[in-house]
Design a protein. Structure first.
Length: 119
């Protein structure tokens, strides 16, 4: 058993990564609204800094989340093979959002917070 996948530190990292991906999805949805056009008129420096920060944060979170959830699914998930296969299909169809969904619906339930963990 890979104990590091079930550690409090890994759980916090995967939680953080999942919420970054959720934020990225909200940003993508925001880009489809008329309000996004108003942001496009902001000074280029502001957009570059915000876009760069979002990009670096998102790429890091996506790599950690996809790798961690794929490894957990293969090695630790107690689900049937057909369920695991369905999750992998979802990972590839809507990655990284499929990995975030897996975190919220599978990983969090199978890896409970230990009594000494911070929330």
């Amino acid at each position: 058993m890979s104990h590091w996948l079930r550690s409090d530190k890994a759980r916090r990292i995967f939680s953080w990564s999942s919420w970054v991906v959720v934020g990225l999805g909200i940003f993508f949805a925001f880009m489809l609204t008329p309000w996004y056009r108003k942001i496009e008129t902001a000074p280029p420096v502001v957009l570059s800094v915000l876009g760069g920060a979002l990009g670096i944060l998102s790429v890091t979170a996506i790599i950690v989340l996809i790798a961690g959830m794929a490894i957990f699914c293969v090695k630790e998930d107690r689900s049937r093979f057909s369920v695991k296969l369905s999750w992998f299909i979802l990972f590839f169809l809507i990655a990284p959002f499929g990995s975030a969904i897996y975190y919220f619906f599978v990983y969090r339930k199978q890896v409970p917070v230990s009594s000494g963990a911070e929330h």
